[in-house]
Design a protein around this ligand. Structure first.
Ligand code: SF4
Ligand code: SF4
Length: 325
C-alpha cells in the first residue's frame, strides 16, 4: 500500500478514452545522466531492452486500430538511436497521429569512434514529418548541466539545439520545440512560467537560441536518481518533501489518466515511471499491447506507488510539464 490513493481520496483510473500512446523504444543512450529514471546509458544496447522490427510493426498494427489515440509519444533512452525510430514516425504520421520525440539534443551532434555523426539526419527528418521535438536541457547554466549529464553535455546541447533552430524548430510555429527542465538537486522545480522567461533570456542573449515553450519536470525518486539520493543520505528527506507538497489540484492532469505506455518488448504500463519500476497495468498484466482491445484501456485502474507523489507535488509534474499553478 503506497498511501497515494488514500491521499488522493478517489481511485486512480484512466479517463473513459485515452488519447496518447507512449512508446519507450529502448534504453540505449549516448549519455548516462544522474537523474535518469530508466538508467539509460551507452551500455544498454541489449536486444531485450530495445525495440525490434517485429515489435515495432506489431505496435503500429495496434495503432492502426486505435482511433482514440491522437498522439504517439516516443521516448527512451535516445529514441533516434533505435533503428526503427524512423519507421515508427513515418507510419504514425501516415495514420494521422501527432508525434512527439523526447530528444536529448546532444545526440544530434554525437560523433562515433570514426568521427562521423550517425544522427545528423535527425533535424531534417523530424522537420519533414512535423514531429514535435521535446528536448531535455536540465538548466540554462553550463555548470548545472555538466553536473547532471557530463563534461561536454552543455556545449553539445547548444550545438544540437542550434541545428534544430537552423531548420526552423522554435522559430516556425509548425515546428514546435519544447525544452525540458529538471532540478539539479533534491528540490521541486520553480514556477514553470518564471523559469521559461529565464531560459528564454539566457539562451537568446548568450547563444542566440529560440524555443517554443518550457516544461518543468520533477525528478522521480527511482532508479539512478534514487541511488544518488541514497548515497548522499537525502532520499528520506526528498520523499518527505514530495509528500508534504501534495497538491490535489494536480489530479485532473495526471498523465497516466490519458495515456497507455508500451515498452520495447510490447509490455504495457501506465507511465514511463511504472515501466522503470516494472509495475504493470493491473488489468492487462501478462498481455502484450497487440493482445489488448484499445477500448478496454479507458477507465482502467492505474497501478500506483510512493513514487506517484512526484507527480502531485507542488505545481505537479508530467511528461507535459507542470499541472497546476
Ligand atoms: S535522462 Fe535522457 S539523456 Fe539522460 S541518460 Fe536518461 S534517457 Fe539519456
Ligand atoms: S507515477 Fe505514473 S502512475 Fe503514478 S501518478 Fe505519475 S503518471 Fe500516474
Amino acid at each position: 500500500m503506497s498511501g497515494f490513493v488514500e491521499r488522493l481520496g478517489v481511485p486512480l483510473r484512466a479517463r473513459a478514452e485515452i488519447t496518447t500512446l507512449q512508446v519507450n523504444v529502448g534504453l540505449a543512450c549516448n549519455l548516462a545522466c544522474r537523474h535518469c529514471h530508466v538508467d539509460s546509458s551507452p551500455k544498454r544496447t541489449a536486444a531485450d531492452e530495445n525495440l525490434s522490427e517485429e515489435t515495432a510493426e506489431r505496435i503500429l498494427g495496434w495503432l492502426a486500430n486505435a482511433p482514440s489515440i491522437t498522439t504517439v509519444d516516443l521516448t527512451g533512452g535516445s529514441p533516434e538511436m533505435n533503428p526503427h525510430f524512423r519507421r515508427l514516425v513515418t507510419e504514425s504520421r501516415r495514420l494521422g497521429k501527432r508525434v512527439m520525440d523526447r530528444c536529448n539534443p546532444t545526440i544530434l551532434v554525437h560523433r562515433d569512434t570514426t568521427g562521423a555523426e550517425p544522427y545528423a539526419w535527425a533535424p531534417a527528418f523530424l522537420a519533414d514529418h512535423g514531429v514535435h521535438v521535446v528536448a531535455s536541457l536540465p538548466c540554462y547554466l553550463e555548470e548545472n548541466v555538466r553536473k547532471q549529464r557530463g563534461l561536454t553535455a552543455f556545449p553539445d546541447s547548444v550545438a544540437g539545439l542550434r541545428r534544430l533552430n537552423d531548420i526552423g524548430y522554435g522559430r516556425r510555429p509548425e515546428l514546435r520545440l519544447t525544452l525540458v527542465y529538471n532540478p539539479v538537486g533534491p528540490s521541486l522545480p520553480p514556477p514553470q512560467q518564471q523559469l521559461e522567461a529565464d531560459y528564454r533570456r539566457v539562451l537568446r542573449d548568450e547563444y542566440g537560441l529560440e524555443f517554443t515553450e518550457l516544461w518543468a519536470i520533477t525528478n522521480m525518486p527511482i532508479a539512478r536518481w534514487r541511488d544518488d539520493l541514497e548515497r548522499r543520505g537525502e532520499l528520506a528527506a526528498y520523499e518527505q518533501r514530495l509528500l508534504d507538497a501534495f497538491n490535489p489540484a494536480t489530479f485532473e492532469g495526471l498523465m497516466c489518466r490519458g495515456q497507455i505506455h508500451v515498452d520495447s518488448q510490447g509490455r504495457v504500463h501506465d507511465c514511463d515511471f511504472n515501466y522503470a519500476l516494472r509495475l504493470p497495468t493491473p488489468s492487462t498484466a501478462g498481455r502484450f499491447l497487440w493482445e489488448i482491445d484499445p477500448a478496454e484501456l479507458g477507465g482502467r485502474e492505474i497501478a500506483t506507488g510512493p513514487h506517484c507523489f512526484g507527480c502531485t507535488a507542488g505545481a505537479g509534474s508530467s511528461c507535459g510539464g507542470s499541472l497546476a499553478s
